[in-house]
Design a protein around this ligand. Structure first.
Ligand SMILES: *[C@@H]1O[C@H](CO)[C@@H](O)[C@H](O)[C@H]1NC(C)=O
Ligand SMILES: *[C@@H]1O[C@H](CO)[C@@H](O)[C@H](O)[C@H]1NC(C)=O
Ligand SMILES: *[C@@H]1O[C@H](CO)[C@@H](O)[C@H](O)[C@H]1NC(C)=O
Ligand SMILES: *[C@@H]1O[C@H](CO)[C@@H](O)[C@H](O)[C@H]1NC(C)=O
Ligand SMILES: *[C@@H]1O[C@H](CO)[C@@H](O)[C@H](O)[C@H]1NC(C)=O
Length: 394
């Protein structure tokens, strides 16, 4: 009987997925208490990644008992079709951002009482209200293609190689209208960075279209940006592999559009600290690395965090036993197509909305996942001051 009820509930949810229309403007959903006592918000099913992912599994008959119970506990108090009480993974808190920047402070001022944490000028550059929205169903079946326009912060870095050919060799993520985050190891003397592409989905096609809500929608054309300036972390070294982070300033602003939009950064201490407690992340990309073959269409996998010692062992680098990296990549997925420099993210509930937050940058070995080997990711939360300093440089 209960299983039948669950089945009906699941069916309703699945049909909801087909019927649901994107409601991007509806930010503030009512809070709810789930039947398991956890706090949540009553939101459309397809904006709740945990339940949405379970639905996908249900369709493939892969749902386990714990998941069934979890879904059963997800009714909204006031039954509402196609809505679930989605667990808050982080308590929405007043976002007090604590990025301390020393730049912009007048060297000539003699007062030492400048320790007040006034909102950093960086905050005005980051789009904390608009960031991380995916605007569409967060499709996450492992190793599968994502839906057109659903990861609008993904960037591709084009380089000129020694023989004069132009190639995409690394990825990145748009973090504001002007800046793209990537890995320091992507910036090296062997290749010349010539441009950054935003709004891409399938590289080989001019027009990227997708089938959703019963009709075909096409993304606007890609946009290519020239480079104004590149900041590579001063203490990056290929020998220890740490500080693998770089920031690219674009020539001109990338206007927010349906297929171009920044990802959120872990700007609060509470969100930063979650890099230690989260157990899964998403890695998204085309698999662009200096050496390996890659995918034509944007892919995503869910990967599990593993102890840092696993990365130390796999790469024979004791230096990786450091909070400034995240080690992840035990096989939940079949494949992993992270681009060097691309984002490691988590879909979270921040500022009243489900948003993608970037926790890591693909540093080493993301192409190994699915083969039992972990990958190394720069822990972005540990570099926010560095990012902030660079962003306020003229
Ligand atoms: C939210 O902010 C309040 C006051 O700043 C603090 O006491 C509380 O611990 C915060 N909650 C979380 C989850 O960070
Ligand atoms: C901001 O950082 C300073 C110094 O690290 C700390 O003393 C202060 O409590 C922080 N403020 C918040 C709101 O986290
Ligand atoms: C900073 O220094 C410049 C010149 O060095 C001066 O014109 C300006 O007023 C100073 N600003 C502050 C806030 O002290
Ligand atoms: C680089 O390392 C040096 C020496 O450890 C340190 O003084 C400096 O602050 C570091 N730079 C950055 C940007 O972390
Ligand atoms: C982690 O790496 C940073 C940057 O290279 C370094 O300054 C720090 O000492 C390292 N910490 C540990 C525990 O090794």
């Amino acid at each position: 009987m209960t299983s039948l009820r669950i089945f009906c509930f699941v069916l309703c949810l699945i049909s909801a997925l087909q019927l649901y229309k994107a409601q991007n403007t509806q930010n503030n959903y009512p809070a709810c208490t789930r039947r398991d006592g956890r706090q949540g918000h009553c939101i459309p099913t397809n904006e709740c990644p945990r339940i949405y992912d379970a639905m996908i599994k249900a369709r493939e008959r892969r749902m386990d008992k714990a998941t069934k119970t979890y879904i059963k506990n997800s009714h909204c108090p006031k039954r509402k079709k196609f809505y679930v009480c989605c667990e808050d993974l982080i308590q929405p808190n007043t976002t007090t951002i604590n990025i301390t920047t020393n730049t912009r402070r007048n060297k000539t001022t003699t007062t030492t009482t400048t320790t007040t944490t006034t909102p950093s000028p960086v905050l005005q550059l980051l789009d904390v209200e608009g960031c991380g929205s995916f605007g569409n169903v967060p499709q996450t079946i492992n190793g599968y293609q994502v839906i057109v326009q659903s990861r609008p912060w993904m960037a591709l870095l084009k380089f000129k190689t020694g023989d004069g050919r132009e190639k995409f060799l690394c990825g990145g993520s748009l973090i504001s209208s002007r800046y793209v985050l990537t890995a320091a190891h992507c910036i090296n003397p062997l290749y010349e960075l010539i441009s950054v592409r935003l709004g891409e989905h399938t590289i080989s096609t001019d027009r990227d279209c997708g089938f959703s809500k019963g009709r075909v929608t096409c993304a606007l054309p890609v946009e290519n940006f020239e480079i104004e300036r590149v900041f590579k972390h001063e203490n990056f070294s290929a020998s220890h592999g740490l500080n693998d982070i770089a920031l690219i300033k674009l020539k001109g602003h990338a206007e927010t559009k349906s297929h171009i939009r920044p990802i959120c950064l872990p700007i609060t201490k509470a969100i930063q600290d979650k890099s230690e407690s989260l157990r899964e992340f998403r890695v998204t990309g085309w698999g662009k690395t200096e050496t390996l073959a890659s995918a034509d269409t944007l892919q995503e996998s869910i990967i599990r965090k593993v102890p840092r010692e696993n990365c130390c062992r796999a790469f024979r680098r004791p230096s990786y036993n450091n909070l400034s990296i995240i080690c992840a990549g035990d096989t939940l997925g079949d494949a992993c197509n992270g681009d060097s420099g691309g984002p490691l993210s988590f879909l979270d509930y921040v500022k009243g909305k489900q948003r993608f937050v970037q926790y890591g940058i693909v540093s080493a070995g993301s192409n190994n996942c699915g083969r039992g080997l972990p990958g190394v990711y720069t822990n972005v939360g540990k570099f926010l001051s560095w990012i902030a300093e660079k962003m306020v440089e003229p």
